[in-house]
Design a protein. Structure first.
Length: 134
């Protein structure tokens, strides 16, 4: 099996582990950002942003970044909730599996360039090889 396939599958496994650790049950995997009428110590007259899961349990009680917009950070966190991450992992695994199947059967078609592109976001992780860079 191609080294890139093996390495990329390990990265997806790690992403899945992290996403699952962030939720306390499957039903709580979808998050949303919300504003409260209460302020924070650093912004007493502004809204307090928080993240809650799909069961309306608080995931993060106060989003209070030091050098960024509270709302922007809150919405970014919620947009990358465990549910979305798990869907992305599933889609990427399907691409990797199709690539591996094609390689095994001697036909890469137009998919040769796809795996290096999927691996690029992980270029800062151990084991990434410059030769994989697209």
């Amino acid at each position: 099996m191609d080294d890139l396939v093996v390495w990329l599958r390990a990265q997806l496994d790690e992403d899945e582990r992290i996403a699952r650790a962030a939720m306390w049950c499957e039903d709580a995997a979808a998050w949303r950002a919300a504003a409260s009428e209460y302020g924070t110590p650093t912004r007493p007259d502004g809204p307090r942003w928080y993240i809650e899961d799909s069961l309306e349990d608080g995931v993060i009680r106060t989003v209070d970044p030091q050098a960024s917009d509270d709302e922007g950070v809150a919405r970014h966190i919620a947009e990358h909730d465990p549910a979305r991450v798990l869907r992305e992992i599933d889609a990427k695994r399907q691409i990797v599996d199709r690539y591996a199947w094609l390689r095994e059967h001697g036909d890469t078609g137009g998919t040769v360039w796809v795996l290096p592109l999927l691996a690029l976001p992980y270029a800062d992780r151990p084991g990434y090889r410059d030769e994989w860079r697209p």
